[in-house]
Design a protein around this ligand. Structure first.
Ligand code: XMP
Length: 525
């Protein structure tokens, strides 16, 4: 950003690094903090009137994700608020119409975040409030028609909310004769998925979507892949190969067809797709083969500017069934990124807080990606405990760790367990699929699935003797997937679930992920 942007009189709100940038550019100072501040914090207001914090109550819950901080604001700025870790948590210079907050008002965990954004957008910038994603349907259909022109659209549908809503929008914009879809069964899907997809699309029109069974093609090249990013690339490239074969077999290569995708905004940000975002995870629909299609203009992504909750709102306006719209998000690379692998056998390490498990998972700290071992803390999860808060604190103070889990049930004590050399085999994916089906069934029966936004079930190669894999439960609450809270499960459901999972001989243990996002991402890979 250029300094001149701050001198035009246009209002600017700097969030997190944005506040730091304003300070740095205008003669203040920014320094690395002694410790990080990742997660919930309390905002204490200083006395005096403020435009940006107008109407915000003192002692509010906010969400932080930073280590660097403003140490001295530029001349003309007033410090508005502090937290126990951050002396300068909000600043403003109303004369120059410049505002900064170190915390994140855009996430739900900042209780009065919307109020702050409203102050900026409506009071300070003077905007009018008339935004409703559902009302944009006609506009989206126009955009689709413009982008597609005379061509037809071909989709690889996943059965998820995003690709189904994008597909339905294209159907409405172009008519059933110009839109076709194929669902690729990669062998990495959940139990019952293919049948669900068949049912859903039959409801949208006979023959618009076919099923292609390609399990072997995906599993063979994944056999020795352990790195999460490489998994995504292999799966993405395989998707492109399967797609090209299908397109060729159907004679769709003549330039009359383009590819439709259900990419949504967070996919773009976290894949480093916006100019300044770091790559946390390369989502499978941003791999080189697809990039090439995008560069040659043969792609339409009608939902690329929307968040998940907005996509659901559009889906409701389109009258898509609730069974589909209420589905938890499921990642494109499927069970592959929930089945973790290890290069070699490795022991666990005893640390003051518990055990360090040498299985690495992805995290997001500040705006950067981390890939670190997991800490198993010594405590038993219970609905009444505040383990999640403790976990956040432990992760913040323990260097080199981005995720904490706790044990629900184990066959052998942790001192006798190890991480086993393992890869993505048919058997392990099948084991994960069985575990996932049990979790889904019990959460549906008890209604717990409607209390969470997503519930990944992860398989890690941790165990002893013949039982060489453990299951990690990761129920989270979120609004848009950008941040998330680890959710405490009802004790009786947790016990019943773990009893059913432990009845499977190959499963050595059941664990519970206590990590919020940040510092851990929702998926482990
Ligand atoms: P993370 O794990 O980054 O996930 O906190 C945020 C949301 O994105 C989903 N996710 C993916 N979806 N392809 C997808 O289509 C991917 O490679 C991918 N990785 C994560 C994740 O399930 C969550 O809803």
């Amino acid at each position: 950003m250029r300094r001149s942007l701050l001198t035009t009189g246009t209002p600017v709100l700097g969030i997190c690094y944005g506040q730091q940038l304003i300070a740095q550019l205008l003669g203040g100072t920014v320094r690395k903090g002694d410790k990080g501040e990742f997660g919930l914090a309390i905002l204490d207001l200083r006395d005096g009137q403020s435009q940006i914090l107008d109407g915000v109550r003192d002692h509010q819950q906010i969400w932080m994700s930073h280590r660097d901080a403003v140490a001295a604001p530029p001349t003309g700025f007033r410090v508005l608020a502090t937290t126990s870790t951050c002396e300068i948590a909000a600043i403003e210079d109303p004369t120059r119409r410049l505002y900064g907050v170190q915390f994140h008002p855009e996430v739900v965990h900042t209780t009065q975040g919307t109020r702050i954004l409203e102050n900026f957008v409506f009071q300070i910038c003077g905007c009018r409030k008339d935004w409703d994603p559902g009302r944009r349907i006609a506009l989206l259909e126009d955009q689709i028609r413009q982008c597609v022109g005379e061509r037809n659209v071909f989709f690889f549908v996943s059965g998820g909310v995003d690709s189904t809503v994008a597909f339905t929008l294209c159907l409405r914009a172009l008519g059933a004769s110009r839109v076709r879809g194929v669902y690729v069964d990669t062998g990495l899907m959940r139990e019952g998925e293919t049948e669900f997809v068949e049912r859903t699309f039959r409801g949208l029109g006979a023959g618009v979507v076919d099923i292609a069974r390609c399990e072997k093609e995906f599993l063979a090249p994944l056999a020795l892949v352990r790195d999460p990013e490489l998994k995504r690339h292999v799966i993405g490239e395989q998707f492109v190969r399967v797609q090209e074969r299908i397109i060729e077999a159907r004679g769709l290569l003549d330039g009359h067809w383009i590819l439709g995708q259900g990419t949504i905004y967070p996919d773009t940000i976290e894949s480093g797709g916006t100019a300044n975002a770091a790559t946390i995870k390369t989502h499978h629909n941003r791999v080189p083969g697809i990039q090439k299609l995008m560069e040659s203009g043969r792609i339409v992504e009608p939902l690329a500017d929307f968040y998940k909750d907005e996509v659901r709102a559009i889906g409701r306006k389109l009258d898509l069934p609730a069974e589909l719209l209420d589905r938890h998000p499921f990642p494109g690379p499927g069970l592959a990124i929930r089945c973790l692998c290890a290069e070699s056998d490795q022991p666990l390490t005893r640390v003051p807080e518990g055990w360090l498990i040498p299985v690495r998972s992805v995290g997001v700290q500040g705006d950067a990606r981390s890939y670190s071992p997991v800490l198993a803390i010594e405590a038993f999860p219970s609905q009444s405990s505040k383990l999640q808060d403790e976990a956040t604190e432990v992760i913040n103070r323990t260097a080199g760790v981005n995720r904490a889990i706790t044990r629900v049930a184990v066959r052998e004590p942790l001192e006798r367990q190890r991480v086993f050399a393992s890869s993505l085999t048919h058997g392990r994916i099948d084991l994960l699929r069985r575990a996932d089906a049990i979790v889904r069934e019990m959460c549906h029966e008890t209604g717990f699935d409607s209390e969470v936004w997503q519930f990944p079930v992860i398989l890690i190669p941790l165990g002893a003797a013949e039982s060489r894999d453990s299951v990690v439960l990761r129920p989270i609450r979120s609004v848009d997937g950008m941040t998330a809270d680890s959710v405490a499960m009802p004790d009786d459901l947790l016990h019943a679930l773990s009893a059913r999972l432990m009845a499977i001989d190959e499963i050595a243990g059941v664990y519970y992920d206590l990590t919020h996002k940040p510092p851990g991402t929702i998926e482990w890979e």
